[in-house]
Write a protein that binds this ligand. Structure first.
Ligand code: 6R9
Length: 644
C-alpha cells in the first residue's frame, strides 16, 4: 500500500464557508434520513417555482420509475435568466474567450435574456413547440447557451451533439431523437484549425429527411454551402424576432434534454433528464462543491457537448446567477500557457477541468504554468476519469501553489450532477480520492454477487437511493434504461464503475468495472498501475490493460507515452517496472511496456481502453468501432509499434 497524504482544509476556507466538516456531517445525515424534507428546503432556496409539488420524491428502481417534485411547475430559462434581471441585469453572465487570443465577448444577464427570448421566438416561428426535439451542433460559443436556454424557454427538448463528432454520429443522433430542427455554426475553431460543422450537417441531413430547418450561426464567416428554404442565418433570424417571449410553464418531470452517451455495448443511449430535479441538483452541487461566491468568475473547461458542459458551464452556474466563462480553444494553443493566461486575464477564482488536460500540461513542464501568476485561483476541480495522485499533486502544488483545494468530482451523464466529491471547507483531501458522497447520495459497494459490503471494502459502485438529478429514462427505450442500470443489482442504480472505500469512508474510484484485471487471482485496478507509472518523471501518460496470459490468467500490458524530453530505453522500462513494484507490489509488474507517441482517446479525452485491450490481445481484426476516436491514426501507430 502506498502512503497516503492527507491535506487538511485550508484555514481561510474553513473560516469563511458555511459548510464546515461538522455542518457537512449534519447536513449529510439529514439528507439521507429525511431526503424529502432536505430537498424540499433546498428546492425553495435554489429554484423559483410557479406552482408547488404534490410529492418531493417518489421512486422505485424496479420498473424503474423516478419522480422528483411531481406536480410542481417551473421554467428553467426563467430560473437561469429572468429572476436575476432585477439584481444582476448588468452583471456578466457569460464571458467568452475564442480560440484566437484576443477574440472575446461578454454577455450580461440582460443581454443573454434578450437573445434567448428572441431565439425562442425564432424556434417557435419554425413550428418548434413543447416536447419537440432540437439538435444543437455548435462550437463553444455563447450561442450554444442561447440555444439551450431558448429550448428550455419554450419547453423544447435539446439534444446537443459534440462538435467533434462526425456527420455519421450526428446523423444517428438526429434520427434517434427525431429532431426536426438543427442549430449549427458555419465552422468551429480549435487550436487554429477550422471544424467544418455546417458541412457535416449537410452530409448528415442527406439521410435525415425530417429536418426542415437549419439555423446557422455565422462564426468564422468563411463560405459554406447553402440549401435555400432549409438554411437560415441565426443572426438574421434573431434580429428580426421579437424580444418578448413568456416562459412556458413546465411540469417538473417534463424532459429538459437528451444527451447521448456510450455504454459498454451497443449504440450510444439517449439519456433523458427532466426539468425540476435536474436543475435543482445542478444548482445545489455547483454552489456547494465549488463554494461559489457572488461576483466570482467561474470556469469549467468542458465542452457543452458533454454532461459537464450542460450542468457546470450552463445550467448550474446560471441558475445561481454566476459569471461563467466559456472557452472555445484547446489548452496548448497557441502555447501550453493558454489556460493559465486566461485565468489571469479574467481573474478566474474557480477552475474545473479534466485529468487528461492536467497530465498533458504536466508533461510539457511547469515553466508554462509559471508564465501566469494565477493568484485569483481559489478552487481547483477535476472530472471525467480517475486522477492519478501524481497529476493531483502537480495540480495542487504547481497550479494551485498549495493554496487551492483540488476537488476530484465523480459523477456521470446519468447522474446529472456531482455525486462523490470533497467540499472545500469540509473535506480533508487525499490525492486520488473523490472522497465522500454529496448530500443525498447513498453510495454502496457490492461484491460480484450483489451483496452490500460494509466498512473498508472494494467492489462495484452502486447507488442505493434516488437523488433529484438522476436520469429518468433512455429516450424511447425504457427497457434499455432498466437493463443497463437496474437489472444486474436489483433495487440499486449500477454505475459501471468500481470503487474502494477506505477506513475513513473515503471513496476511491478504480475505473470502469470492465477495466479491472485479474492477475493470478488478484484483482488490480488499471488506474492504480497507471498512477504508479506516471509517478516517473519521464512518463506523460500511461494506459494499462489486461491481456490473456497462459499462467496468470491475465497479464498486464502498459502503453506508455513519455514526456517530450525523455528517450525510450530498456533501462527506462526497468525503472518503470521498479516503480510499479514499489508502489503496488510485484503482482502489478507490467509484463509488456510499449512506448507510444499518443494514446487513443475519445474526443472528450477518455482513453479508449477497449481498443487497447484488443491490440494487447492481438485481436487486430476485431478493433470494433473506432469512429469516436479523436485521432484514428494513433491506433495504427500503436499496432505498428507493437513489440514482437
Ligand atoms: C461527468 C462525466 C462518466 C464516467 C464514470 C467514471 C468516469 C468521471 C470521475 C471518473 C474517476 C472521477 N469518471 N469522473 N472516474 N474519478 N472524478 O465524466 O460523465 O462522460 O458520463 O463519464 O467517467 O468511469 O462512470 P461521463
Amino acid at each position: 500500500m502506498k502512503t497516503e497524504h492527507v491535506y487538511p482544509v485550508p484555514a481561510d476556507i474553513a473560516a469563511s464557508t458555511r459548510i464546515t466538516e461538522e455542518v457537512y456531517r449534519e447536513m449529510y445525515d439529514r439528507s439521507v434520513k429525511d431526503p424529502e424534507g432536505f430537498w424540499a428546503e433546498l428546492a425553495q432556496e435554489f429554484v423559483s417555482w410557479n406552482a408547488p409539488w404534490q410529492r418531493v420524491g417518489r421512486w422505485n428502481f424496479d420498473t424503474p420509475a423516478i419522480e422528483w417534485f411531481s406536480g410542481a411547475r417551473l421554467n428553467v430559462s426563467y430560473n437561469c435568466l429572468d429572476r436575476h434581471l432585477a439584481d444582476r441585469g448588468a452583471q456578466t453572465a457569460i464571458l467568452w474567450e475564442g480560440d484566437q487570443p484576443g477574440d472575446q465577448r461578454r454577455l450580461t444577464y440582460g443581454e443573454l435574456h434578450d437573445r434567448v427570448c428572441r431565439f425562442a421566438n425564432v424556434l417557435k416561428s419554425h413550428g418548434v413547440g413543447k416536447g419537440d426535439r432540437v439538435c444543437i451542433y455548435l462550437p463553444m460559443i455563447p450561442e450554444a447557451a442561447v440555444a439551450m436556454l431558448a429550448c428550455a424557454r419554450i419547453g423544447a427538448i435539446h439534444s446537443i451533439v459534440f462538435g467533434g463528432f462526425s456527420s455519421e454520429a450526428l446523423k444517428d443522433r438526429i434520427l434517434d431523437a427525431d429532431c426536426r430542427l438543427v442549430v449549427c455554426a458555419d465552422e468551429g475553431r480549435r487550436g487554429g484549425k477550422f471544424v467544418p460543422l455546417k458541412h457535416n450537417v449537410d452530409a448528415a441531413l442527406s439521410q435525415c429527411p425530417l429536418v426542415e430547418t437549419v439555423l446557422v450561426v455565422r462564426h468564422t464567416a468563411r463560405p459554406v454551402d447553402w440549401t435555400e428554404g432549409r438554411d437560415r442565418w441565426f443572426h438574421e433570424a434573431v434580429e428580426s424576432a421579437s424580444p418578448d417571449c413568456p416562459p412556458e410553464d413546465m411540469e417538473a418531470e417534463d424532459p429538459l434534454f437528451i444527451l447521448y452517451t456510450s455504454g459498454s455495448t451497443g449504440k450510444p443511449k439517449g439519456v433523458v433528464h427532466t426539468t425540476g430535479g435536474y436543475l435543482l441538483f445542478a444548482a445545489v452541487t455547483h454552489k456547494y462543491v465549488f463554494d461559489y461566491r457572488d461576483g466570482e468568475v467561474y470556469w469549467c473547461t468542458a465542452d457543452i457537448g458533454w454532461i459537464t458542459g450542460h450542468s457546470y458551464v450552463v445550467y448550474g452556474p446560471l441558475c445561481n446567477g454566476a459569471t461563467t466563462l466559456m472557452f472555445e480553444g484547446v489548452p496548448t494553443y497557441p502555447t501550453p500557457a493558454r489556460l493559465w493566461q486566461i485565468i489571469d486575464k479574467y481573474q478566474v477564482s474557480i477552475f474545473y477541468t479534466a485529468p487528461t488536460v492536467i497530465r498533458a500540461l504536466m508533461g510539457l513542464g511547469t515553466d508554462w504554468v509559471k508564465q501566469a501568476d494565477r493568484h485569483s485561483l481559489r478552487i481547483l476541480g477535476s472530472v471525467g476519469e480517475p486522477i492519478n495522485p501524481e497529476a493531483w499533486e502537480w495540480y495542487y502544488q504547481e497550479v494551485g501553489e498549495k493554496r487551492c483545494p483540488v476537488l476530484d468530482t465523480w459523477w456521470q451523464t446519468e447522474t446529472g450532477g456531482i455525486m462523490i466529491t470533497p467540499l472545500p471547507g469540509a473535506t480533508p483531501l487525499k490525492p486520488g480520492s473523490a472522497t465522500r458522497p454529496f448530500f443525498g447520495v447513498v453510495p454502496v459497494i457490492l461484491d460480484a454477487q450483489g451483496n452490500e459490503l460494509t466498512g473498508p471494502a472494494e467492489g462495484v459502485l452502486a447507488i442505493a437511493a434516488s437523488w433529484p438529478g438522476q436520469a429518468r429514462t433512455v429516450f424511447r427505450n425504457h427497457d434499455r434504461f432498466r437493463e443497463t442500470y437496474f437489472a444486474l443489482y436489483p433495487g440499486k442504480y449500477f454505475t459501471g464503475d468500481g470503487a474502494r472505500r477506505d477506513a475513513d469512508g473515503y471513496y476511491w474510484i478504480t475505473g470502469r468495472v470492465d477495466d479491472v484485471i485479474n492477475v493470478s487471482g488478484h484483482r488490480l485496478g488499471t488506474a492504480e498501475i497507471e498512477s504508479a507509472l506516471t509517478l516517473h518523471d519521464s512518463v506523460a501518460e500511461a494506459a494499462v490493460v489486461g491481456y490473456p496470459h497462459n499462467i496468470k490468467g491475465q497479464g498486464i500490458y502498459a502503453f506508455v507515452t513519455l514526456v517530450a524530453d525523455a528517450t525510450p530505453s530498456e533501462d527506462l522500462k526497468r525503472e518503470l517496472i521498479e516503480r510499479v513494484r514499489e508502489e503496488i507490489g510485484a503482482i502489478a509488474t507490467p509484463d509488456i511496456i510499449q512506448w507510444t507517441p499518443a494514446l487513443p482517446k475519445t474526443r472528450s479525452g477518455k482513453i479508449m481502453r477497449r481498443i487497447l485491450r484488443k491490440i494487447a490481445a492481438n485481436d487486430l481484426d476485431q478493433l470494433g468501432d473506432t469512429s469516436t476516436l479523436a485521432d484514428p491514426a494513433v491506433v495504427e501507430d500503436i499496432i505498428r509499434g507493437k513489440p514482437a
